[in-house]
Design a protein around this ligand. Sequence first.
Ligand code: FES
Ligand code: FES
Length: 169
Amino acid sequence: MKSTWTINGQRKAIDVPDDMPLLWVLRDVLDLKGTKFGCGEGLCGACTVHLDGEPTRACLVSASEVGARRITTIEGLSADGSHPLQRAWVELDVPQCGYCQAGQIMSAAALLAEKPSPGDADIAAAMNGNLCRCGTYLRIREAIKKAAAMAAARPSAAGSAPGAREEVR
Ligand code: FES
Ligand code: FES
């Protein structure tokens, strides 16, 4: 299929098989390798991206299902790593091996867009499907709270890339 997608605020022409998973298109065709392959079955969350702001497992969506929806990957969350979540992740030294973290941050970004000041239960519910073999869950929770506080203090810092600006309020 030939189509033109909106990815991270930019229009990209693609020509891929209908049934190619979005994750494959992102990594192997568009060279956006920040989004990771974990299980390939929707069970780990490593491949989480946003479709029209909704956290979505890219391994479960075929190219033909994307349609006109805006795609945001970890590369599009901010142009320079200045998104509050990215800064909080660095400040609290959240990652261990790092493999799951792009998916964690994308799920957290969708949560903050929906609930700017999430409580523990909100965080637990939103992050439930994102697994971390290194067990960084406590730091993830604290980083989400820190990012929420940062965004509240400087709302304009919530996203600097075109794709992210629309999603993180
Ligand atoms: S690789 Fe998509 S959920 Fe695990
Ligand atoms: S940091 Fe290693 S899997 Fe999460």
